[in-house]
Design a binder for this molecule. Structure first.
Ligand SMILES: Cc1cc2nc3c(=O)[nH]c(=O)nc-3n(C[C@H](O)[C@H](O)[C@H](O)COP(=O)(O)O)c2cc1C
Length: 211
């Protein structure tokens, strides 16, 4: 497994040019959805929502909001990773309810956690909550990229877009959501020369220390 994992991570790269004829296998799509569902989040709150962009007009408009990155048109799938703009009391309670019911707990056993959620999140400013939620999307992106690599699917993580414009295009604000990242998924084009470039990574000794 260790070799498989490292080989997959070495194989993957932020794909710049896709084979436009490639279509994502529905089974792989299902696996990726499960991977995203299994992503860990702070307190398990999952302040996330994922949108598969398939509508041609929306894809074209999204491309123009994303530095005209052609991957948005040519990739087999385009996923927008969104986060919730707020975590209100009802959402926190719904999460505590879900945990209680999933684990067959009594309310008595969950009430401490429930109260803690309300205090811990209730004390954060709206701006803090937004940043905190957005961090969860990056965890999901990391899981997604590793999963794609293991499935031998190419992918491109993208921050290179105007999130406010994309929120407007997809009417996310009305849904209490905000776009944070885009990930395109597909098959690298044979002539994408980026696939042959050496990985540029700082030496391990500058990344790790022991104290
Ligand atoms: C959060 C994030 C945002 C990125 N945004 C873009 C992007 O908008 N367009 C793009 O082509 N690559 C984007 N990249 C790819 C990085 O440039 C790339 O991952 C990095 O240079 C390392 O190269 P590698 O992934 O090919 O190993 C992004 C990567 C991350 C992690």
């Amino acid at each position: 497994m260790k070799n498989t994992l490292i080989e997959a991570l070495q194989w993957r790269y932020a794909t710049k040019k896709y084979d436009p004829t490639f279509q994502l296998d529905p089974k792989d799509k299902e696996t990726l959805e499960r991977v995203l569902q299994l992503t860990p989040t702070s307190y398990g709150l999952q302040p996330l929502h994922y949108i598969w962009l398939e509508d041609k007009a929306l894809l074209e408009k999204t491309k123009t909001l994303a530095w005209n990155q052609q991957q948005i048109i040519d990739a087999g799938a385009v996923l927008v990773l969104c986060t919730k703009t707020e975590l209100d009391a009802a959402y926190l309670d719904a999460h505590a309810d879900l945990m209680r019911d999933t684990r067959n707990m009594q309310e008595e056993q969950i009430k401490g956690f429930r109260a803690h959620l309300h205090t811990a999140i209730g004390n954060k400013s709206a701006a803090h909550v937004q940043v905190w939620n957005d961090k969860q999307a990056y965890i999901a992106l990391g899981q997604l990229l590793t999963a794609c690599a293991l499935l031998q699917l190419d992918a491109t993580p993208m921050e290179g877009f105007d999130p406010i414009a994309l929120d407007e295009l997809l009417q996310l604000k009305e849904k209490g959501l905000h776009s944070v990242l885009i990930c395109t998924i597909g098959k690298r084009a044979a002539d994408d020369h980026y696939q042959h470039l050496q990985k540029v990574r700082r030496p391990k000794k500058s990344l790790f220390s022991t104290r």
